[in-house]
Design a protein around this ligand. Structure first.
Ligand code: ATP
Ligand code: MG
Length: 550
């Protein structure tokens, strides 16, 4: 399938200008910088699509860089998942890099600032630093340690590195402006002591750079030209620029550009919250099909094409907003509509006996695989004296405008014959045991029969060859109704239903997708599906609640 021509956005407009002015020559270099502390989610997908497709649009490069300057325990599990997710989305990084590989340069950069009198060691406690920082309306107060000599600062920084101080005892701060209206510029901490083993550098360091100091240096070292991040970093941009300008080692320093993060209705995207859902057993893992993680979306059966299409459609804006999750579902439907074959599956089955059909006879009837795409060809489905129809396709006492099966009514069985319901046979408890119908051999599908028309068409599964399967339907994991407009976990978001499928469904393999005719799109669950336990996940139903804006 051909991808649409990428539309421009405000970031591309900036890049166009930079290319015109040869700010970075002809270079466009971006990066996706995840912290390896959780699984990626649909919000990250937006950032991935933006960074990788921007590089691709301009013939540039995009790195995958792990932002691992924080020596908290990172997990190989997360690293593996991040790489699998980026690849699944269809992107390949130019280089895979670790921010922690730049610790030496970052240390040197800090020494450089000290030598220029632009950084100092501060002994204030974390609480005091907070107190001294001031507020949005009041300027901060200068630290009593602000005017230490360069020599003393250099010696102390070396002692910090040598492990002479405990966590929190001393920090290195940039000497900027305690009266700045931007609180981020009020002598921000750039290095702290943390006696922790780092997954990559082990025990080499007991001081670690802060994000706002490390990130611009990481970008500069890699020759990134456009450092794209989310809006909450907008107020940090002056510090980003300050670091690069004052360290001064890079003639064409990268520029930070912020865009609005993706928010979705019925969706929480904080890694911390998602982790809690996993740990509390609310879901069966990071890849639960109800999770907004890329792993969950993949297991659910969404396609990378649909996710990329979604990221393209929502565009890139400078103002925060919340996107209707219906749009994502719409993109999935659009992508699958012409791609997948259909199969007959009935739920809440009702048995139908065709009383005038020869006993023991089974005939194979051709039926199209996809009504929207002839190229997908046709298959044969069995038909016989006993079939199942969907519980929803029969009403003993029909409501108005009900054109499906009811006593006395005739309907078309898709790809088979017209049948008329003559009798409802009940169990002792009053429930329906089976329906007795007759068929009209003249009405065989494809025979060109034009004798009379019927209003309803339903589908069926032949009874003796029916394959029992389970289908899992999902409601949103998160619903409105919490305090302060917050969402809460939906206690009833998973429904497993028994169903009967046509015989071909027995051959379904993990990774395949189908339309279960008139029900929705389904895929075998990659974790639960087996020969004896044919569990299918609902990818998306057929009905769209989402309407394009007029
Ligand atoms: P979370 O808040 O969920 O833990 P994070 O921002 O801490 O996410 P990172 O691993 O630091 O996660 O994110 C990597 C990149 O993905 C960053 O550039 C970040 O801005 C971007 N990103 C994260 N969440 C979203 C989102 N909802 N929409 C767009 N981009 C996002
Ligand atoms: Mg982050």
């Amino acid at each position: 399938m051909e991808e649409k021509v990428r539309e421009s956005n405000f970031i591309h407009n900036i890049i166009d200008k930079d290319l015109e002015n040869q700010k970075y020559g002809d270079k466009v270099y971006t990066r996706f910088p995840p912290e390896p502390n959780g699984y990626l989610h649909i919000g990250h997908a937006k950032s991935i699509c933006l960074n990788f497709s921007t590089a691709a649009k301009y013939g540039g490069k995009c790195n995958l860089r792990y932002d691992d300057t924080n020596p908290v325990k990172e997990d190989v599990e997360y690293i593996d998942s991040i790489e699998a997710d980026v690849r699944w989305l269809g992107f390949t990084w130019d280089e895979r890099l670790w921010a922690s590989n730049y610790f030496d340069t970052m240390y040197e950069a800090a020494v450089e600032l000290i030598k220029q009198g632009k950084a100092y060691i501060c002994d204030l406690t974390a609480e005091e630093i907070k107190e001294y920082r001031g507020t949005l309306t009041e300027p901060g107060k200068e630290s009593p340690y602000r005017n230490r000599s360069i020599e003393e600062n250099l010696a102390m920084f070396e002692d910090m590195k040598a492990g002479k101080y405990a966590d929190g005892e001393k920090v290195l701060r940039a000497k900027i402006d305690m009266a700045s209206p931007n609180i981020n510029m009020r002598d921000p901490i750039i290095y702290r002591v943390a006696h922790a083993t780092h997954h990559n550098t082990g025990d080499k360091w007991c001081i670690y750079p802060m994000y706002d100091f490390a990130h611009p240096i990481e970008d500069a070292i890699e020759g990134i030209t456009h450092s794209i991040c989310t809006l909450e970093f907008e107020d940090h941009r002056p510090l980003y620029d300050w670091v690069l300008e004052n360290v001064g080692w890079w003639p064409a320093p990268p520029q930070q550009i912020e865009f609005a993060r993706l928010n979705l209705t019925n969706t929480v995207m904080s890694k911390r919250y998602l982790k809690a859902l996993v740990e509390d057993g609310v879901v069966d893992g990071w890849d639960d099909p109800r999770m907004p993680t890329i792993a969950g979306i993949r297991r659910r059966g969404y396609t990378p094409e649909a996710v990329r299409d979604f990221c393209e459609r929502i565009g890139v804006a400078k103002a925060n907003s919340t996107v209707d999750i219906g749009l994502l579902e719409h993109c999935v439907r659009e992508d699958l509509k012409e791609k997948v074959e259909s199969r007959n599956v009935v739920v809440n089955p009702i048995k139908v006996v065709i009383t005038n059909y020869p006993e023991g006879q089974i005939e194979m009837l051709p039926t199209e695989n996809n009504g929207n795409n002839e190229e997908l060809g046709s298959r044969e489905i069995p038909f016989g004296r006993e079939i199942y129809v969907d519980g929803d396709d029969f009403m003993e006492e029909p409501v108005k405008k009900y054109f499906r099966l009811f006593p006395g009514n005739e309907v078309r069985l898709k790809a088979a014959y017209f049948i008329t319901c003559n009798e409802v046979i009940k169990n002792e408890d009053g429930s329906i045991k089976e329906l007795h119908c007759t068929y009209d051999p003249e009405t065989k599908s494809g025979s060109g029969f034009t004798g009379r028309k019927v209003k309803g068409t339903i589908h069926f599964v032949e009874a003796t060859t029916a394959v029992p399967i389970k289908i899992r339907q999902f409601d949103y994991l998160m619903v409105d109704g919490g305090e302060d407009g917050k969402m809460v976990a939906n206690p009833d978001s998973l429904h497993e239903i028994d169903a009967f499928a046509e015989p071909l469904v027995a051959d379904a393999k993990v990774g395949e997708r189908f339309q279960f005719f008139r029900h929705g799109y389904y895929t075998p669950d990659s974790k639960l599906y087996s020969e004896d336990n044919k569990v299918f996940n609902e990818i998306v139903n057929l009905k769209s609640s989402w309407k394009p804006e007029k």
